[in-house]
Design a protein around this ligand. Sequence first.
Ligand code: HEC
Length: 382
Amino acid sequence: MVGLNLMLSVQGLGDNSVEKAQRLYARIAGVKLNSNSPILAEMASLIEQKRYSEAANKALDSNDYYNISLFQYFAPLSNRAEVSDVSLNDFIVMGIANTFTDPATGKDRPYTNLVDGDFRVQLNNQDLASNNNTALTNAFNARTILTPLNLTIVTPQRVNFPDAAGLLTTRQFLQEHATAGTNRRLVHYAFREFLCTDIKEWRDADLSISDEFVTRDVNRSPGGGAAGFNQYQTECRTCHQVQDSLRNAFAYHDFVNNAPVYMPGRVAPKINRNIEFQGGFVVQNDSWENKATRNGNANRFGWRGPLTGNGAKSLGAMIAKSERFASCAVERVFKHVCLRAMDSSEGTLKQTLARNFEADGYSLRGLFRSVALSPSCLQVGE
Ligand code: HEC
């Protein structure tokens, strides 16, 4: 109902080419153009000639797209509260920089880099500090415009670090999700941000799934007695039997003294420290197994690759290969550009956009363009 009203109001926005150009720019780049802007005139002219993709590209090539729209897109994914009023951080700038055209190939970089890529960014050819966010906070406060000239992608992510998983192993993501906990939140939020699903949805009460990897910190009879035993079986286990076996991907990762830490062969002490149930699993290494594959999860995720691995990078690769990874990006971009969630009648459109996104090498710019020009979004095309 809400979606329908919005669609009607967009249709009612008027249909001359300048208004269409203004709408296209504002929704892609996140800000309106001045009415005397030459870009607006160029876009309007392209729209009149039905060269809609080229019109969209004008917005996608703008500094506003990177600094306003993509900031707004990545900021909520970067923090536990999922809000956008945060300062610049390495998660956000890496998301932005990954969307710049790759100068080596002249092509867009794949969005999959965000969960399994081995890269970092430099600001004005300087590495970011590992134990503070000062350089980016300063850039943010100075309203520095990020462009491929001052923000560059380099490899590797860190020295002697074979387990880079894109934004999942950034300082920001580890600060948010590898502190005050047992690294389970890293999985919980990796799935929230890149698979658009909360553990309340993907938990599975199926007792034929083995809880062999649930660690000793989870009480098998919270509160004691038969009631406690029952609570573990019907409640705690539903999440922990699918989550704990994935969490092991981050066994060697931690966030200590304000900096990311990776200890190959050494399980972060916090993981095995608390003991509520002696017979629970003791994490010995970073091998993980995906048990979120049955029942509703089969369709929810559409896994298409290995379901076991070692470390965060292989977990990220599994996330990237899933059907859900692409459709999650579609949902996010659609909401961002069209200012409404896709509704249940738009399943086919979602599938088409997701498969085209994959075929297009997971170009985020390309996805923004396809979404903005899809008929039910901005009514710019025919
Ligand atoms: C809806 C899913 C869900 C259910 C149900 C659930 N948990 Fe958890 N549990 C989580 C998540 C997610 C985390 C990680 C939370 C974090 O670090 O923010 C977690 C963390 C934990 C931890 C580690 C706490 C720490 O400091 O890192 C323990 C212990 C735990 N749960 C025990 C239980 C017990 C006992 C029950 C049943 C009474 C239970 N859980 C039910 C999802 C669940």
